[in-house]
Write a protein that binds this ligand. Sequence first.
Ligand code: SIN
Ligand code: MN
Length: 266
Amino acid sequence: MHLTDEQLRAFDELGYLFLPGCFSEAEVAALRDHAGKIYAQDREEVWRETSGAPRTAFAAHTYDEAFRRLGAHPRLIEPVSQLFGEPVYMHQFKINAKAAFVGEIWQWHQDYGTWARDDGMPEPRAMNIAVFLDEVMPINGALMFIPKSHKAGVLAAGHDRETTSYPLWALDQETVTRLAEEGGIVAPTGPAGSVILFHGNLVHASPPNITPYPRTIVYLTLNAVSNHITRFTRPEFIAHRDFTPITPLPDSCLADFAASRRQAAE
Ligand code: SIN
Ligand code: MN
């Protein structure tokens, strides 16, 4: 998948790009089913909310075939390599649940703030590419962005180890208010299979999910190979140390996998 000049301009101006309908229902169904099986496992890569509901599952591309294929999918790898003008490797891979009724908050933050402070990443030349596994609605804990905030550089932040089970460098209310006065706040919503690409410095957050509708999103964090991390303070399954460039698989890799599962079930 190749981004057009218009898409590149919009990304540069706003800091994100929303691409609805990138994956088919069959492709998403296979991923959703595998995510459920991973969340049911008791393993160190699966982090939970205080209620015990799953919050995030790390590194599933290293131990699950459906997510291995997603982690090398050309619809995700190619636009990010295009933007950086060089090959990319996987810095982080997570399946964020935001479970029905009990999915908790993600405080306002910039991801590059964590990658720089905790992982010694030299430049904000890594970014997230998110894949919706459920419909994301305004009501079920949608991801919120402050457009244009990626131009603000790395902002001062405090290390929040208390409000959720996942430590995060969170921004204060004054900073968020000031940035929102300039850029506003948006929450891209759409069907399962939609994709969002967003800059490492874009300020984002998500509210709790108190609805009966789960909101699962997979995040690939792809880093330019020449920008690999230099500090190893976090476990390998959270901040990867294998800087091998990803070779994209064929476009049909996930559809083929979904079809073979269906055949096996018949
Ligand atoms: C994140 O900011 O890394 C996750 C936010 C979310 O999944 O809602
Ligand atoms: Mn984040």
